[in-house]
Design a protein around this ligand. Sequence first.
Ligand code: NAD
Ligand code: UFG
Length: 333
Amino acid sequence: MKILVTGGTGFIGSHTVVELIEAGHEPIIVDNLSNSSDKVLDDIQTITGKKPVFYKADIRDKAALEKIFKENAVDAVIHFAGLKAVGESVQIPLEYYHNNITGTLILCDVMRKAGCKTIVFSSSATVYGMNNAVPFKEDMPTSCTNPYGWTKLMLEQILTDLCVSDPEWSVVLLRYFNPIGAHESGLIGENPSGIPNNLFPYIARVAAGILPCLSVFGNDYDTPDGTGVRDYIHVVDLAQGHLKALDYAVANKGAEAINLGTSRGTSVLELVTAFEKASGVKVNYKIAPRRPGDIASCYADTEKAEKLLGWSAKYGIEDMCRHGWAYMNKKNI
Ligand code: NAD
Ligand code: UFG
């Protein structure tokens, strides 16, 4: 199938493009490169032997999207393009709402006019909010505490409304837990600019000697070792989940929210230990105050993904650390 991948040069998008090519699909990437580089296209070619079609454009640019749909008979869309930093979204909410919401509205409008009504959307476990008990299940109540999270929740609602209005639409809302790691080739991975907000790239930079010390945000949570517990998922597992979601969307109309996680929780200190083991390098850390807005534990109930998609994650924490570290070394980060 011809699949338009918005945000396809980004972290999760690039890994999904590799999986699409390897499964025989034809990905077409649209990305404005606001948080990625077109150099990743060469890396995708090295891994797969094929360079995907690439359009440098903003999804809010309606004419540019119309041109893409005119030039390519797109069968379905996997929609990653969006801004994703929780803290930044509190500082510049209008940019987040405009980029994520306006962008998706324009994308869906162009899709509708082109007669392409199948979309897999990047949602987030953040929609489970602060008040649910783990493991998080798709039918639990949703809520948010920051503009980034609200864009995800609002877009879930908008895409669901679209399905109610027109039974030809197929929408899969994928609620990701914490994607980390890198492709096992070490050629593509995550390389945030500046000081990382997320735990995994922070640990990797301490191990590499780029940053001096990890601050562990709180050791007095109600968790086995007191530090925050999350459901880390290998980005390649996540990418493969998108191909299964695509098959599901092509075969089924309507909207469905589905968790993509491993169902296993790992604490901050457990991830530090696993990274030390995989890299052979000591990771300095100190205990710091809790980070506002963090919850103690977040991990997925993955039964729905297993049942509807026939998908479950294969990689463990050690693989995630080993592949993430190999990427750092290969790319001289
Ligand atoms: P990323 O920043 O690496 O990729 C997003 C890509 O979208 C980037 O290449 C960026 O340049 C592009 N982009 C942003 N706005 C655009 C626009 N208006 N037009 C065209 N391109 C645009 O992020 P990622 O980690 O790969 O995340 C992909 C999606 O998954 C995002 O929607 C994100 O919110 C969601 N998500 C990510 C995580 C995570 O922890 N990484 C967790 C849950 C959900
Ligand atoms: N942490 C530290 N030190 C750091 C960074 C993080 O101790 O320097 C801790 C946090 O307190 C938390 C855990 O590591 O307990 C994971 O934190 P991350 O920032 O890596 O990830 P979050 O679970 O907070 O958030 C991520 C994405 C969100 C997304 C959410 C759910 O950043 O966008 O997962 O998918 F919404």
